[in-house]
Design a protein around this ligand. Structure first.
Ligand code: PEP
Ligand code: MN
Length: 346
């Protein structure tokens, strides 16, 4: 049987609303998606995990009945939805659902993933595993391994970013090194990116999507809606149908040369990520340094404190020795950072 997640048809595009809200909405969205041959599957949210109680928690079973209707209209458009309990999977099987996804809040829980894997055993459903909300590659891989052990083969991973304290303007911190490590460990597994949940904002969806394709991801899961401003969930990040088509039109799908050593490419990507991290850490350091400057001013203290500077330098040279880095090199960069700190404090 053909796989739903087939990397020879790259990029694999999954799109649709965060939540299924009405039959009318699903009809408008599915009409748009089925007419675009680049779209492989429609996503719909049937049961919505909400961080705090009181919000819209998904339509449940009526949404599955709408999926049946969409399926009768467009039988060649597969449909997927999130499942978090065994009963959800059973209901999906009674309706026109072709694949399910395990959401970030479920992937963190090995007990639940184990139960879902047992319920999926023997079904023909494709399974998407979103990364856990915490940046833990073992937990992500563990969920996939549990499904493989239950005999499920049609699996894709989706990177949707991580809940961390400092997200640098994104809703979820992308921490690209985590999906890259998953790919290193499971090179055959289709790996998609969900730029909508990483970005959290419409204007950032396209650059995040492009970044993921540049990093060899196999496809995207994108949220789109016929009227995003009135969406019941994730209104800020859902694209209008027109913007969704524009996103696909503007994506640069690069051909990666098979002859270039793939290890070199992968290692260069890792270096780029680390370089970005170095800059982000420097920004954090400069911010604290600026605050220290304000305190010095308030207390009429001099900006430059020779004994403190000596301590900083000695400590870093000591670190360099312990870590096996060249002492002169570490002294040079520490001096540069200190000079910039002093400049910021002025
Ligand atoms: C979603 O896809 O709408 C969703 C809730 O995803 P996640 O599990 O990535 O937060
Ligand atoms: Mn959403």
């Amino acid at each position: 049987m053909d796989r739903l997640f087939n990397v020879s048809d790259k990029p694999i595009i999954i799109a649709g609303p965060c939540s299924a809200e009405s039959l009318h909405q699903l009809q408008s969205v599915s009409y748009h998606l089925q007419s675009d041959s680049r779209v492989a599957m429609m996503r719909i949210g049937v049961w919505k995990p909400r961080t705090r109680p009181g919000g819209f928690e998904g339509m449940g079973e009526p949404a599955l009945e709408w999926a049946d209707k969409v399926h009768s209209l467009y039988p060649s458009l597969p449909i997927c939805c999130e499942v978090a309990r065994p009963e959800h999977i059973e209901l999906c099987q009674q309706h026109s659902i072709d694949a399910v996804w395990i959401g970030a809040r479920t992937t963190v829980n090995p007990f639940l993933v184990g139960e879902l894997a047992e319920t999926l055993r023997g079904t023909t459903l494709g399974v998407i595993v979103k990364n856990p909300i915490t940046p833990d590659v073992d937990l992500w891989m563990g969920a996939i391994e549990r499904l493989l052990k239950a005999g499920i083969v049609d699996i894709a991973a989706v990177h949707r970013g991580f809940s961390t304290y400092n997200n640098f303007g994104y809703r979820n911190n992308p921490l690209w090194e985590i999906p890259i490590e998953l790919r290193r460990r499971m090179p055959q597994l289709p790996l998609l990116c969900d730029p909508s949940h990483i970005a959290g904002r419409r204007d950032l969806v396209a650059p995040v999507a492009q970044m993921s394709l540049d990093l060899h991801f196999d496809g995207l899961m994108v949220e789109c809606h016929d009227d995003p401003d009135s969406a019941l969930t994730d209104s800020q990040q859902q694209l209008s149908l027109t913007d969704f088509t524009a996103l696909l039109n503007n994506l640069k799908v690069r051909q990666f040369s098979d002859t270039a050593p793939s290890d070199l490419q992968r290692m260069r990507e890792q270096l780029d990520i680390i370089d970005t991290q170095i800059l982000k850490l420097l920004i954090q350091r400069m911010r604290i340094s600026k605050d220290i400057g304000a305190i010095k001013h308030a207390h009429n203290m001099p900006i430059y404190q020779p004994s403190r500077w000596q301590q900083v330098l000695d400590r870093q040279i000591q670190n360099a020795k312990q870590m096996g880095l060249d002492e002169q090199f570490v002294k040079d960069i520490t001096e540069k950072i200190h000079a910039e700190s002093l400049r910021m404090q002025k």
